[in-house]
Design a protein around this ligand. Sequence first.
Ligand code: AMP
Length: 195
Amino acid sequence: MGKKEFADYGIGEDVLKALNGLGYFQPTKVQEEVIPVALADMDVIVTSQTGSGKTASFGIPLCEKILWEENRPQALVLVPTRELALQVNEDIANIGRFRRIKATSVFGKASFERQKSELKQKSHIVVGTPGRVLDHLKKGTFPVDKLEYLILDEADEMLNMGFIDQVEEIIGFLPKERQTLLFSATMPVLSLIHI
Ligand code: AMP
């Protein structure tokens, strides 16, 4: 019995060290549920609120599974707002620090050219808002041939903000063979994604 530890999931030393440095000593409830499923490459739909530790529940498995040697993006995290993109990007960078995981954020009202050149360099994980992600996909500045993981964060917010068509169009660009994790505070979103 007893409380679960991050080490129980078979997470490597580098990520464990980062979690320790962040003061994440024990998994939260959503992390307990999601981490093993995500590490096992299964698709999952999660209802959880902000503040539950949901970012790390996908950030930890992503940072663990990313192949450092591969320069092209392996994961896409779609979020509804710029603020959330920056925050998720920072959380992932912190968790992946000792594995030298490179996260790139892309969102509107920021330089397209700069994002384009960042996407050309090593970018393991792309965190972005739907409009700008779609722009990069259409212009061919976001290569997706190595993409294996899609995370839809705050999917209900993306639906409320009218991003459904853009999200569907984005999914149309992605490899069919991939893992998809969908997070939402509420669950009126089942029609959003055709997995
Ligand atoms: P989130 O729900 O992802 O916005 O996370 C809420 C807050 O909890 C953030 O400030 C995280 O840094 C923090 N947090 C996430 N996981 C843990 C954990 N296992 N232990 C302590 N704090 C955590």
